[in-house]
Design a protein around this ligand. Structure first.
Ligand code: SF4
Ligand code: SF4
Length: 163
């Protein structure tokens, strides 16, 4: 019995170390090793008046792609503009989540809508860069630098293209 318990513990520790190693490898590949320290507390998200999810930006960094969809729950824009940015972004219409393409068919191009999820690189472009999220992060992770990278201001390649 004791021996079985030791084996189970060893497997659990091994699996945990393998998972951490996989996360670290991703973070290093995206050249954002600090990203692995984010513990998903969402304190940053709670501070964003646009409803953007900076933790989602961190996930995009870990994935090495600005095409990861992140929450953006309070950005108001005309349907026409949403279509220009990304027809597949999710928007909220009467408590339902539709793509911008579906919203255009239902409401027409001139209606105003509220976003729900956007690609990380698009969300970074509507961000005010006020810094409230970074100030709210207990680890002081460099969220503004990450947002600049996602916007393409820092000339990084991973933000603009899928892997
Ligand atoms: S810097 Fe951008 S993501 Fe952060 S709180 Fe301000 S608007 Fe939101
Ligand atoms: S506040 Fe910092 S640690 Fe918490 S989810 Fe946001 S980036 Fe991660």
């Amino acid at each position: 019995m004791k021996r079985a318990l030791v084996t189970v513990n060893a497997i659990a520790v091994g699996a945990t170390l393998a998972y951490l190693g996989w996360l670290l490898a991703d973070a290093l590949r995206a050249r954002q090793p600090w990203a692995i320290t984010c513990y998903d507390c969402k304190a940053c998200t709670a501070r964003c008046v646009l409803g953007l999810d900076p933790q989602g930006f961190v996930s995009a960094a870990l994935a090495g792609s600005g095409d990861v969809y992140v929450y953006a729950t309070n950005v108001r824009l005309p349907v026409r503009r949403a279509l220009e940015i990304d027809p597949e972004m999710l928007v909220t219409v009467a408590d339902r989540h539709l793509t911008a393409r579906e919203a255009a068919a239902a409401l027409g191009p001139d209606a105003e809508l509220v976003t729900f999820k956007m690609r990380a690189r698009d969300a970074a472009r509507v961000c005010f860069r006020c810094g409230a999220c970074e100030k709210g992060c207990g680890l002081r992770l460099p969220l503004l630098r990450l947002i600049a990278q996602l916007r393409g201001d820092a000339g990084n390649e991973w933000a603009a293209h899928a892997p």
